[in-house]
Each structure stands twice: as C-alpha cells, then as structure tokens.
Design a protein. Structure first.
Length: 335
C-alpha cells in the first residue's frame, strides 16, 4: 500500500531515520520504494553541459566557477544543431531524459530564448527535457515551459544552516524563490543536494527535511556525492563514509516516496557493490554517459553490464501528443 505523502517532517524524525540500524533503514526504504515504484526499473538520463565555465558564483564545490583555477575553460552556448546531435546519440544509447546545464548565475532573457530553441529541438526527438541554468524569473520559467521543457533542475545543495559555508554569492532563499517560479510555471522540479562537503549528519538530515517539506516534493531528487576537483575550496575534504551515502539515499526515499531519487554525481568513484546498495535503498535514476557536466561518469557499456547483473531495466518515456509533460513507462525491449 502506498505510503502517505507528508510535508511536515521534523528534524528529530529525520535524524532518527539516519540513526536506525543499517538493515532496518534499508528494509524501511525498500518497503516504501516497492509501494510506489517498480523495484527493478531505473530511469536513465544523460546530462550535457551546453554552456561551460565562466560562472561568477563562488560555489566551493564547482569547477566551473571563474574564480577557481580548475582547468575548465569558459565556452559559449552550444548551437541547436550540436546539442541535438548529442541528444540523438544519448537516445540511441538508451537515455530517456536529456538534461542540459549552462554555467550561468541567472540567464538573460536573450539567453533563455536561445535555450528555448534548443529545448524545442530536443523535445522533438521524443526525449524528456530538463535544464539547469541558474536562477530564473517567473516569465523565464514560463517561456521555457512553452518551449517544451519538462523539468527544471535547481538544487538546494545543503541544509540552510550550512549553506553559507559553501556559497556566499547567493542566499538559500534565492534557491527557494527560483523553485517557486518553476512550480508556478507548471514545470516539474528536479531538486536535491550534495553530501560529503564537510557537513554533519544533522545537516544532511536538514537538507532532506527541507526538500521533503517543500510545498510539492520534487519529481526528481538527485543525491550527489561531492566530486573533489583540484582548485576548488572543497578539494581535500574528508571523504564521506560510503554507508552514510547509502543512508542518505534511503532517507530521501522514505521522506519522498513518489519521487525519483537519482544516484547522481560521484558515481564514478563508487564500485558496483555500493551502487547496488544504493538501488536497494531506493535510488531509481542515474545519469548515463561519459561526463556529468565537467566531471567523469561511468561509461555506458559498464552501466549496461551492471543493469544486466542486477536484473535492472531502464525506463523510457511515452510522449503523448499535445502534452508538454511525459509519463515514465517501462521499456518492453530493454536489454
């Protein structure tokens, strides 16, 4: 029986979940997962950086920040044709959602018009579309929806009380404001955070509590493990215990039962056994392909082999004529 959807989680309740014995936590997460999802199906997305580097923000984890010497060169927005070619390749490799990221603090209206053209062209391929462009105004969000955008990604990154330790060029409220604009425009939200940035378990609980208590649960919840890039302030941070990462996945699943929980950045450093634990804890989405913006990602063939070994099937989307949003359905011919 599906679990009730709540938006009133207390910090104490979330911390209590984190403190459960590992097996008890995974059992509870798997029970919730099976009540709302196919336990052997994983949604597959591909992420492309369509405008790389040169960002004026100071996010301490990000190699695309202009102020950090990370070897990432600033590039212009890709052409419609170039993005469509990459989107077609992603679809041919089995991706059902194509996510496009641009390193802006907040795009100008003329930038949004260019991205809208890209979104329309990618949507025409029969893919779900997702974009992450920074802070948006209400009219910008509405324009992207009219172009056929399905999802907008805007992560909270971390707990409100830890946010200032990671980012100082925008406030936590700025992120909440953009999410409100996105919801009011009728877009689905993709919103999660990053763990392993030096935060405490209580602060990890605070991130997930904030996500779960949003007016609507994000349809997609990416849980990222910090990728430590030389040149960024967080390079050298003590690595998060792998079981603590799995706990974060499991708690996210329990708090947001109907959401797709994505095993996101940091997967390249995870062995197959750890990824399998994450799927058992309720993760049911991954990024597929060689790169996740500017950091590495497991290759497609290895992911296919892992799916086969675990008996997992990829999901695809079924586009209904005349609709902007698409429902995820199981792929009958999955390898």
């Amino acid at each position: 029986m599906p679990t009730a959807i709540r938006h009133d989680w207390s910090r104490a309740e979330v911390e209590a979940l984190f403190s459960l014995p590992f097996n008890d936590l995974l059992f509870q997460a798997q029970t919730v997962h099976r009540a709302h999802h196919d336990p052997n199906a994983v949604q597959v997305s591909t992420l492309l950086s369509i405008k790389t580097g040169g960002c004026p923000e100071d996010c301490a984890y990000c190699p695309q920040a202009a102020r950090y010497a990370t070897g990432v060169k600033a590039e212009k927005l890709m052409s419609v044709e170039a993005v469509v070619a990459r989107a077609q390749a992603a679809k041919d490799a089995g991706a059902s959602r194509f996510c496009m990221g641009a390193a802006w603090r907040s795009p100008k209206d003329r930038d949004v018009e260019k991205v809208a053209d890209i979104v329309s062209a990618v949507k025409a391929l029969g893919l779900q579309t997702c974009a992450t462009l920074g802070m948006l105004t209400q009219p910008q969000a509405t324009r992207l929806k009219s172009a056929g955008l399905d999802f907008y990604n805007h992560n909270l990154d971390t707990a409100p009380e830890f946010y200032g330790e990671v980012i100082q060029t925008r406030d936590f409220q700025d992120r909440l404001d953009t999410l409100e604009c996105v919801r009011e425009a009728g877009l689905k939200t993709c919103c999660g955070g990053i763990v392993g940035m030096g935060e405490s378990r209580a602060q990890r609980a605070g991130l997930l509590q904030t996500l779960a208590n949003l007016p609507e649960h994000p349809e997609s919840v990416p849980i990222n493990q910090l990728v430590q890039v030389p040149g960024t302030p967080l390079a050298g941070t003590e690595a998060l215990d792998p079981f603590e990462f799995v706990r974060s996945i499991a708690v996210a699943r329990i708090l947001m039962p109907a959401s797709v929980v994505r095993l996101s950045a940091g997967r390249q450093a995870m062995d197959d056994a750890l990824q399998a634990l994450c799927f058992a804890a309720g993760a049911n989405s991954i990024f597929y392909g060689e790169k996740l913006l500017t950091t590495g990602n497991p290759d497609v063939e290895h992911d296919r082999q892992l799916f086969q070994r675990l008996g997992l099937q990829p999901l695809q989307v079924e586009i209904e004529p005349g609709t902007v949003h698409a429902d995820i359905v199981e792929r009958a011919d999955a390898a």
